[in-house]
Design a protein around this ligand. Structure first.
Ligand SMILES: Cc1cc2nc3c(=O)[nH]c(=O)nc-3n(C[C@H](O)[C@H](O)[C@H](O)COP(=O)(O)O)c2cc1C
Length: 164
């Protein structure tokens, strides 16, 4: 194994030890809803309120993310593991928006029972390696009262109480 392969393997092991919240990034493209499961989401600043999302250039949403003015970050609740799996599996593409979404002709889809939904105006994009970093300025926020986010670590989904 090359030193580079060893380093990548070690980095993968390190990342498996990071617990992340799970999101579905959604957008509407020519009236069609699209989305992808993503953990690479981070708040960026409060002035202006903004966040960033990292999307693989191989993901079906990638080209549209580069064109669209808006996207939504739907932060998943502990009971939405099935949704996370669906938006990470292209074979499930046809089932992704069948149930539980508010769909508009122009606005990005909103997952009704999400832990929180954050509407963003895409203002910037940077390419790095296999991914693009999209920066969004926040335009609208909805939150669910019950605080219990879905987490992903060491290759499995879980909740906070299970990790304590
Ligand atoms: C828990 C989890 C987190 C993921 N996080 C990201 C991410 O942050 N960015 C990304 O581009 N893909 C991420 N993926 C992979 C995409 O969800 C997956 O490649 C998806 O199938 C791509 O969408 P498509 O099938 O419509 O092309 C993640 C997958 C899982 C299961």
């Amino acid at each position: 194994m090359s030193d580079e392969d060893q380093l990548i393997g070690d980095f993968r092991l390190a990342m498996r030890r990071v617990a992340s919240t799970v999101n579905v990034i959604s957008l509407t493209v020519d009236g069609r809803p699209m989305g992808v499961t993503a953990t690479a989401v981070s708040s960026l600043s409060m002035d202006p309120p903004s966040l960033l999302v990292c999307i693989n250039r191989a993901a079906s949403v990638h080209a549209s993310m580069s064109d669209m003015e808006a996207f939504r970050v739907n932060i998943l609740h502990r009971d939405q593991e099935e949704i996370a799996s669906m938006f990470a599996d292209r074979k499930m593409e046809k089932l992704r928006f069948v149930d539980g979404w508010e769909l508009g002709a122009d606005e990005p889809p909103r997952l009704l029972d999400a832990q929180a939904s954050v509407l963003c105006r895409r203002i910037d994009c940077h390419q790095f390696g296999t991914h693009s970093i999209f920066i969004g300025v926040i335009e609208d926020v909805r939150v669910r009262d019950d605080v219990s986010p879905l987490l992903y670590w060491n290759g499995v989904y879980g909740g906070i109480s299970e990790g304590l």
